[in-house]
Design a protein. Sequence first.
Length: 198
Amino acid sequence: MEVTYIRMGVGVSVVRKASLILITLLTFLGCKKVDDFGFTTYLIKKCKHKSTYAYKTTKSELIQFQTIFDGSAIYTTKDSLNQYDINKLYGVSDCGCNHMDYSIRFGWRWLDDNLEIHWFRHSNGDFTFDKITNAIIDQTQDYSIEIQEDQYILCVDNICDTVARVGCSSVDYRRYYLYPYFGGQEKAPHNIKIKIKK
């Protein structure tokens, strides 16, 4: 009995250590250098979708940040129809669910010589989006997402849009952050850098 107990104890200890190592690795993989102005640069590498594997949660009902897009946000997709796809900027999951079921975030795309900023919502597994405004290359812009009982209010430089929030029973959920992502169907055609300051 004692040998079994010791082995189980060692097994639990190993699992705990492995879990701590995994959490630490995921944290460091998601770490990006913060510049002198407080901006973190997220790099979506050529032929990739994701900028990071970071995992961070919040219970806040107000998400505020600033973003700077540079010239790397200008792109052309291989299939011209994919130019209409919405890339993801920043936001959160919602309703205590996976973000592919419930989430709210900002999206962006380069279309007709404009850098469009959209709201992008997953609700009950379906996604919808709509344009809010255009961003200006190399210019800092203010973004916010306010989560209310039955709606989201998304603002870019005081231009706001209200989006219905359905399927959630309260606003008191732990949410995880959603980071810059390219696509749609296609992967990034070249390295894309997006600066975000929270």
